[in-house]
Design a binder for this molecule. Structure first.
Ligand code: HEC
Length: 141
């Protein structure tokens, strides 16, 4: 009878966790995602969007090939505030040109290409912001 009781006591101790292991500290509550997590998520989403919508014509920005300079220092080049300008350009580059925007007109003349960016209906502003995160980070690598 005695050995049985001893065993029972040990087992109850193990099951209730009353052995000598210290209890783990309570996790720190996280109210919002940190900026780093948001940026990493934005980068991945932007990369997927780029491959889907842009890569047919543009090499991905991180590929260090000699003639891939279009995305390098792009946001220093575009009219300020460049993030807002980029959003407008990707949404509808033709309407920028038609409104007399000098940068869009110069680009179009330089490349002599009939293509117009028109992602107003297929991408949200938040999608385009993710593209900005992706391009800024990838082009600086
Ligand atoms: C069908 C081909 C094509 C697709 C798809 C395309 N582009 Fe372009 N992109 C061009 C061409 C051509 C130019 C040169 C400017 C012009 O001809 O108007 C250009 C110019 C640009 C510029 C201006 C660069 C500078 O020097 O200021 C940016 C930024 C850009 N594209 C981003 C994108 C992004 C982001 C996507 C995807 C959402 C995309 N493009 C999709 C063909 C394309």
């Amino acid at each position: 009878m005695r050995p049985c009781l001893f065993l029972l006591l040990i087992m109850t101790g193990l099951m209730t966790g009353s052995s000598c292991h210290p209890t783990a500290p309570a996790p720190v509550p996280v109210e919002r995602d940190s900026t780093e997590i948001k940026l990493a998520a934005g980068f991945l989403r932007g990369e997927a969007l780029f491959l889907r919508h842009c890569a047919a014509c543009h090499l991905p920005p991180e590929k260090k090939v000699t003639d891939n300079y279009m995305f390098v220092r792009l946001f220093d080049r575009m009219p300020s505030p460049s993030s807002r300008y980029f959003i407008r350009y990707i949404q509808d580059s033709k309407s920028l040109r038609e409104a007399g925007d000098a940068y869009a007109i110069a680009l179009h003349r330089y490349w002599e290409h009939p293509y117009d960016h028109h992602f107003r209906d297929s991408m949200t502003v938040s999608d385009i912001r993710n593209l900005i995160v992706y391009i800024r980070v990838a082009a600086s690598k």
